[in-house]
Write a protein that binds this ligand. Structure first.
Ligand code: SF4
Length: 329
């Protein structure tokens, strides 16, 4: 009889297409796709876990993976005989090389694009980030041909691709295959120079995607202004750029506004990323910043001060809860 492997993606509600909190969500778990590929190749049947099959002892092995650290109600279902891993549980568990470097089973999530890492690690160790702790210094991980088989779209998951010493050669290879590319975790703007900017200009991004960078620390202000100019000089317009701005870690509201307004004045799209993702733990000013910036009609039309006044007026005027009223509160 064919042996059965059960998989659990702790971040994902497969039936509803949402994360476990009900937010529309789709972040295929790469480790599970590799485990699936490995066992299918060995002749096993691989499927999403169901408790009833565990009850009848049908599973040869059950693998559990979790990328995000927040608790989920499903955590309590874990049993000792399950094999668990992922950043959501600990930073040290690694797949054996024979699984880590296999071509992923994209059918597990039904995706028609390729995804994976050319590099792992990072040259920096920002206080709010686990990448260096988990993956070490930047190093080559794989040729992209390991996880790409002529799909039209490739999603690179590298955490600091530009810090890899041979990134220029990798960029040239990416340009040569002429596919649509997404650097999902963004690029480090501090490492932009004329050579890599001119190559980045030549890659084709996924439709609707932008060159994404981060402005996490006010101390990078001068560098970012300088690097934006290099991007512009090489033909990358501000309308093609996107920035993540971290708030609520060690910055003040004043510093947050300097960072956001610098980008806004340059007509650059921003997404505010609160360090603490749980709404109950965010201070009111962080919730307000998030609503002003991430809800684009407000961000483009008015500054933060005007937004706060408008919010007050709307909440006062609309006695009963409308959608907008609820959103602003
Ligand atoms: S540069 Fe990015 S990946 Fe590297 S440590 Fe800082 S936040 Fe993490």
């Amino acid at each position: 009889m064919t042996k059965l492997i059960g998989l659990i993606d702790m971040d994902h509600n497969h039936n509803k297409g949402t994360n476990i909190y009900g937010t529309p969500y789709f972040y295929p778990n790469l480790a599970l796709m590799k485990i699936s590929a490995y066992y299918k190749k060995k002749g096993y049947k691989v499927e999403w876990y169901t408790p009833i099959k565990k009850y009848y002892n049908d599973y040869h092995k059950i693998f559990v993976s979790k990328v995000f650290t927040r608790k989920t109600p499903m955590d309590s279902y874990l049993t000792k005989d399950m094999i668990i891993g992922g950043t959501g549980y600990d930073l040290s568990t690694k797949l054996p090389d024979k699984i880590e470097h296999i071509y992923p089973d994209y059918d597990l999530y039904g995706i028609d694009y390729a995804m994976g890492f050319i590099t792992r690690g990072c040259i920096r160790s920002c206080d709010f980030c686990i990448v260096q702790n988990k993956e070490g210094m930047i190093h080559k991980h794989a040729d992209f041909e390991e996880f790409w088989n002529d799909q039209k779209h490739i999603r690179f998951l590298d955490n600091n691709f530009l810090s890899y010493k041979n990134h220029i050669d990798e960029l040239k290879k990416i340009i040569d295959i002429n596919k649509r590319i997404d650097f999902y975790h963004g690029l480090d703007i501090r490492l932009i120079n004329n050579v890599n900017a001119s190559l980045l200009r030549k890659i084709q991004l996924w439709s609707g995607k932008r060159y994404t960078f981060a402005f996490d620390d006010i101390k990078s202000k001068l560098v970012i202004e300088k690097k934006l100019k290099i991007l512009n000089d090489n033909g990358i317009k501000n309308s093609e750029i996107n920035f993540f701005v971290l708030i609520g870690f060690n910055s003040t509201l004043k510093e947050d506004l300097i960072r956001i307004n610098l980008l806004r004045d340059n007509k650059i799209r921003v997404y505010v990323m609160p360090y603490n993702k749980t709404i109950q733990h965010q201070e009111q000013y962080q919730k307000d910043l998030l609503k002003w910036v991430n809800y684009k009609p407000f961000y483009w039309k008015m500054d933060f001060e005007t937004f706060l006044k408008k919010k007050k007026r709307i909440i006062k005027k609309e006695k009963k809860d409308t959608m907008l009223n609820k959103f602003l509160k």
